[in-house]
Design a protein around this ligand. Structure first.
Ligand code: ZN
Length: 284
């Protein structure tokens, strides 16, 4: 086979186990993540050195916060899951066991590329059971929070259109349209890093957030310029916004639809994922 699946139709798992570790963006605490093959459809999470049965991840566990996506798993919360989930879903994987040692997924370099390299090292192989869902959208849907909007219209493929509009010269208005495949996710989206604003850093820190942020794991914008260039793409911010959306959709599955997002946020993505899972028909 080619290195990555051709589309999002098949069912795929890892050919071996792999681990990565690092600090979490908000807690600043060290955490290890182990990814393992699974014969059961879906992504299944458990904690290292605990006996409890792995929990199969679903959209009902998602709790959005301002800056990241968290999962409520029984009594425990797991934070900042979106870049890992984007890598798993975006690369075409459908059957994976995830073991974590802490409360927040490591940020690595602020993109999904570290997880893609880990998946690539382990290799991808066909899974033994069908994928969880193939979503088909029957009618257009609209979801908004204020003037932040996501729409989805039925299509033959999973197509994403993202637009952002920031009052900072270094970012400004950016738009990107892409018909997603695992290969395109890996080359066009996964390397795009998260970004923040120099004038908000102090406030976020005083609110107890971004304890693990550094110039090595986030692009920092200072008005008309970047504090830590070079960018990996001229439009890296809008690509990262699509990465976040892909992560937030990976628990519902990717619909055959054109999904357009203007000024997306994790809260909006989560509303959309919940609506989508309730309206789509499972044709698997
Ligand atoms: Zn992100």
């Amino acid at each position: 086979m080619n290195k990555w699946p051709a589309d999002y139709e098949g069912s795929w798992t890892l050919a071996g186990a792999i681990s990565r570790s690092g600090v979490g963006l908000h807690t600043g605490e060290f955490c290890e993540v182990r990814l393992k093959p699974s014969h059961k459809a879906g992504f299944h999470l458990s904690w290292v050195n605990e006996d409890a049965e792995p929990l199969t991840l679903n959209t009902n566990q998602v709790r959005d916060s301002i800056l990241c996506t968290n999962l409520q798993l029984g009594e425990r919360t797991l934070s900042t899951v979106e870049h890992l989930l984007a890598a798993l879903g975006g690369s075409g994987l459908t059957h994976v066991e995830i073991e974590v040692s802490g409360e927040e997924i490591p940020l690595l370099d602020g993109s999904s590329i570290g997880w893609i390299e880990a998946i690539s090292e382990a290799g991808i192989t066909p899974a033994l059971s069908p994928r969880p869902l193939n979503l088909t959208l029957l009618e257009p849907i609209v979801c908004h929070r204020g003037n932040s909007v996501i729409t989805a219209t039925p299509a033959d493929e999973f197509r994403l259109v993202g637009a952002i509009d920031f009052p900072y010269g270094a970012i400004g208005q950016q738009i990107m349209a892409i018909s997603l495949t695992p290969e395109k996710f890996v080359t066009e989206i996964a390397p795009a890093r998260t970004f923040g604003f120099l004038d908000q850093v102090e406030k976020l820190r005083s609110d107890g957030l971004i304890k693990g942020a550094s110039l090595d794991n986030a692009l920092v914008c200072d008005g008309d310029k970047w504090v830590n260039p070079p960018l990996r793409f001229p439009d890296e911010p809008v690509r990262h916004k699509l990465l976040d959306l892909i992560g937030d959709l990976s628990l519902v599955g990717f619909p055959k639809a054109q999904v357009m997002v203007y000024r997306g946020s994790h809260g909006l993505h989560t509303d959309f994922a919940t609506l989508l899972s309730s309206l789509c028909t499972d044709i698997s």
